[in-house]
Design a protein around this ligand. Structure first.
Ligand code: HEM
Length: 143
């Protein structure tokens, strides 16, 4: 592969595709399970959320549109309204996510630009002081 082709690879290809995404999500959720801040925010059954996060990452990294095929537009901030997310929770989420990507074997130089985007998204998810609807949304399809 010549250098121009290499730089055209999507982040999805760079990290190693669906298999790596599953490893990331498993490593992240293994940490959530015992986390004092995040565990209480998540539902008892963590399995459905794992699948959703994996489908989301596939598409967010430039792979197949696995998430939107099922649930429509991600509208992530809206979908997180039922969970009261403050700065500490966002910081913890990011830290556990970093550890998960490292455990999944994604090299630091590939992680870094991705985490610049993830950090922006995590901040965007903070809603603790906002007057937003907190009712559970479930598996709703949003346009
Ligand atoms: C900032 C701190 C964050 C916290 C505390 C948090 C917490 C949660 C919780 C509790 C759920 C529900 C899981 C379930 O229903 O099983 C969830 C769902 C989800 N989160 Fe986050 N999240 C955060 C940030 C993010 C970010 C930055 C992203 C994207 C990069 C993300 C992507 C998702 C996705 C795709 C879902 C599934 C949405 C759905 O279809 O219901 N989250 N999150």
């Amino acid at each position: 592969m010549n250098p121009s082709e290499a730089s055209a690879a999507t982040p999805y290809q760079q990290v190693g595709g669906a298999q790596t995404v599953v490893r990331i999500v498993e490593a992240f959720y293994a940490r959530v399970e015992t986390d004092d801040i995040l565990r209480p925010l998540y539902p008892d059954d963590l399995e459905p959320g794992k699948k959703k996060l994996a489908w989301f990452f596939e598409q967010w990294l430039g792979g197949p549109t696995s998430y939107s095929d099922r649930y429509g537009h991600p509208r992530l901030r809206r979908r997180h309204f039922p969970f009261v997310i403050d700065e500490r929770a966002a910081g913890r989420w990011l830290r556990l996510m970093r550890e998960a990507w490292t455990e999944a074997g994604v090299p630091r130089d590939i992680q870094d630009p991705i985490f610049e985007r993830l950090a922006v998204l995590a901040r965007h998810m903070i809603n603790a002081n906002d007057d937003v609807p907190r009712e559970p949304l479930g598996d709703v399809y949003l346009d």
